[in-house]
Design a protein around this ligand. Sequence first.
Ligand SMILES: [Zn+2]
Length: 387
Amino acid sequence: MTALIHPCGVKAYTSVGSMGAAAISLASLTDCSPGQAKQNSRIAGGRVIDAHIHVTPAKVKKALEVMDDNCIKYGVIIASISGDDPNQYVGDKAFYEIIDSIKPYKNRLGLHYTFDWSLAETDPDFFRNAPDMLKKAVNAGAIALKNLKQLGLEAKDHEGKLITIDDPRLFPIWERAEKLGIPVAFHTGDPVAFFEPWNSENERWDELKLHPEWSFADKNKYPPLDTLFNQVNNVYRKFSNIQFVAVHVGGYSENLKEVGKWLDEIPNLSLDTAARIGELGKHPASEGHDFFTKYQDRIMFGTDMAYWNGCDVQGAGPCKNFTLEEDHKFYEIHWKYFQTVDKQFDHPTPIQGKWKIDGIGLDPAVLKKIYWDNAYKFYKLDRFGVA
Ligand SMILES: [Zn+2]
């Protein structure tokens, strides 16, 4: 049974953690709007940045409505992807369409620029033009650069050869990002199960059955996950003046020890939590608690909530038109995972697997960083009057 999180029932985790968990003080639990006190769980700090959402022009209003209903003061649109699902498009067309639609909401929404990697195959001048394309996007308002998972996995050059993530032909892009002073996001790999055989034995079969194109099990076609992680880590190390965010818990939420090693070794690397609460919740709660506590300055809260033109996706799963109440429940489960020590409740993305998760009851000071401070600093949101 999963009880609603009562505003006063939010507890800090007390049994583990070297930093010593203090009891949550009620003063830090402020509702984002007094009128919502009845429906809302109290959110530590009372305001949140969702550092990983997707919004298309037709859905800007809906996104803002859901954000208002869940204390999300700012949303980072992590990629320029637009169009109707499943006929999405990326690159300049999507970027300029979206940036235009969010112009009136500079203090609520920010957008990453995203390259259309298929251009590397079709346009012989792509590598030469790419840095200027990025500069133009930043001049038009891009707050960062997001690299989709196709890089390393599928994107090919003009000769039809797979482009590695650490390909030197891409260095001028990273150099330009550094010069422009913008952060760079990488989506590297995908869940470990997507690299395992595509059959009903696969742990993520529900998802893979629905999206066969998400399977990277064909070893003749796709490099192994380790290779991709090595390549992207080479870029993080070489471009040490760039702030990088490895989305989806570095693409390796199955192995927090390994992700911890990367964070220990690479000081300019941060993570987001998008669409990985299910995987995170597979680890013992104490491990999750200790991971978030240890790397409290390096992790940004994100959900992967997607407001596509035609329908919405809650992190993962069906594309449909969710009600405000359904979206509220989706966020609610996140607060429950991070803030409580409740046991055995459903995670926010049931399609990823049918297990239950336990809350990790983070310390309020840690929550405040993960919900707000880290993304605020990472994207320098003071310049947009975000509050
Ligand atoms: Zn996403």
